[in-house]
Design a protein around this ligand. Structure first.
Ligand code: GLU
Length: 446
């Protein structure tokens, strides 16, 4: 394979789809060397096939707002790759959602899911619906209208959606209710991230953040470090930032900064448990601002227009959105002495930022490895649903620990540098790719 030629061809087929092209380029650059050692991959044109989604559904979603006015949004489901299992991946409701974003997320999901050790293919979906400022009733009507179309294309052994940005337990509830009504059958396993009383897994809401911290613990341990007493900053205040803050605090670290689209909150003494739980209130208020945090807790100060990366810290955890940490942010973090960055959001750092971290030789790990605990626990939820039982919290947690350790080991195996350090980007990309590529190869040309 020749990355340059492949990218030229892909740019021709998907003009202007920059996030998707960015995600593909990163994977191709990581796998090039290994791929070229496998003539059987080249013969089956694996790479040309793996970069394209299997299919994409686009549909109109019309719903009625609180003023009685019909609103129309676009809905999508990108079924990216099902070589190792049914399509699996979240739904994102955000005003910036478009086909490029969902293709990038579906592509990443394919390799992330492969890393989890569980049999799940990759998918992503969502809508340009903006939950900011919407009432509960509006959210419900939108979710129902969205499911009215989506339900034709999903199923326990076909495609199992879940949450992502703008989609949490509440939204999954509204969608599951409508799915049952349409299907006239109770399929416990058609969505994951369900409530605990109707088929959800204990620990699923915490899993992405918890898993991320288990991964960070392994990274630190391999480097002879410990997370205790270290300072951490996070971006975002959804389930992911909440889970990450909770586990970091439990492990003895201090979460001293949290940011939103409006600015950053600095908590020099570290977040307390009521502060951590307040993150979820911020999220469910649908206002998408972090400023009320500093009004509620006088120990905290809010600075408008600043990012979490402006705070001096040991460990930085992007937990909100793609490309939320750019080259300038990386320079600021490095200047302030940050020595570990783990992407908890998908593709949270720009290529310039990743390059700066790698050049500086600090610990850096990509989203597809760090945040895989979320979808892995979704996989565990699917297993429990199939078996018609619920595991206890400690059983799920043990499995999550094992999965995150396996992912870390896979990164070490494929990402070991000559000087003994680990290139986690390369390691995660090669490990995920090898599994999907091998599965595709064994199943012929289709
Ligand atoms: N949206 C999450 C992710 O990016 C979770 C997907 C899932 O649980 O299916 O992995």
């Amino acid at each position: 394979m020749n990355v340059k030629d492949l990218m030229t061809e892909l740019e021709r087929k998907h003009p202007g789809e920059n996030e998707y092209l960015q995600a593909v380029r990163e994977v191709l650059e990581s796998i090039e060397e290994v791929y070229n050692q496998h003539p059987e991959f080249e013969a089956a044109r694996i790479v040309e096939r793996i970069v394209e989604p299997d299919r994409i559904f686009t549909f109109r979603v019309t719903w009625v707002d609180d003023k009685g006015i019909p609103q129309t949004n676009l809905g999508y489901r990108v079924q990216f790759n099902s070589a190792i299992g049914p399509y699996k991946g979240g739904l994102r409701f955000h005003k910036a959602v478009n086909p490029s974003m969902l293709k990038f997320l579906g592509f990443e999901q394919t390799f992330k899911n492969a890393l989890t050790t569980l049999p799940m293919g990759g998918a992503k979906g969502g809508s340009d619906f903006d939950p900011t400022g919407k009432s509960n009733g509006e959210i419900m009507r939108f979710c129902q209208a969205f499911m009215l179309e989506l339900w034709h294309n999903i199923g326990v052994d076909t495609d199992v959606p879940a949450g992502d940005v703008g989609v949490g337990g509440r939204e999954i509830g509204f969608m599951n209710g409508m799915f049952q009504k349409l299907a006239r059958q109770y399929h416990t396993g058609v969505l994951t991230g369900k409530g605990e009383t109707w088929g959800g897994s204990i620990l699923r809401p915490e899993a992405t953040g918890f898993g991320a911290l288990y991964f960070v613990e392994h990274m630190l341990k391999r480097d002879g470090k410990d997370i205790k007493d270290k300072t951490v900053v996070v971006s975002g205040f959804g389930n992911v930032a909440w889970g990450a803050s909770k586990k970091a605090t439990e492990l003895g670290a201090k979460v001293i900064g949290v940011s939103g689209p409006d600015g950053v909150v600095h908590i020099p003494g570290g977040m307390t448990n009521p502060m951590i739980d307040f993150l979820l209130e911020l999220r469910s208020s649908n206002q998408n601002i972090v400023a009320p945090f500093a009004k509620k807790f006088p120990e905290a100060t809010f600075t408008a227009g600043k990012k979490a990366w402006s705070i001096k810290c040991d460990i930085a955890l992007p937990c909100a959105f793609q490309n939320e940490l750019n080259g300038d942010d990386a320079a600021e973090l490095l200047k302030n002495g940050t020595w570990c960055v783990a992407e908890v959001s998908n593709m949270g750092c720009t290529p310039e930022a990743i390059h700066a971290f790698q050049k500086a030789g600090i610990l850096f790990a990509p989203g597809k490895a760090v945040n895989a605990g979320g979808v892995a626990t979704s996989g565990l939820e699917m297993t429990q649903n199939c078996m018609h039982l619920s595991w206890a919290g400690h059983e799920v947690d043990e499995k999550l620990h094992f999965i995150m350790e396996s992912i870390h080991e896979a990164c070490v195996k494929f990402g070991l540098n000559k000087n003994g350090s680990i290139d986690y980007v390369k390691g995660a990309n090669i490990a995920g790719f090898m599994k999907v590529a091998q599965a595709m190869l064994e199943q012929g040309i289709y």
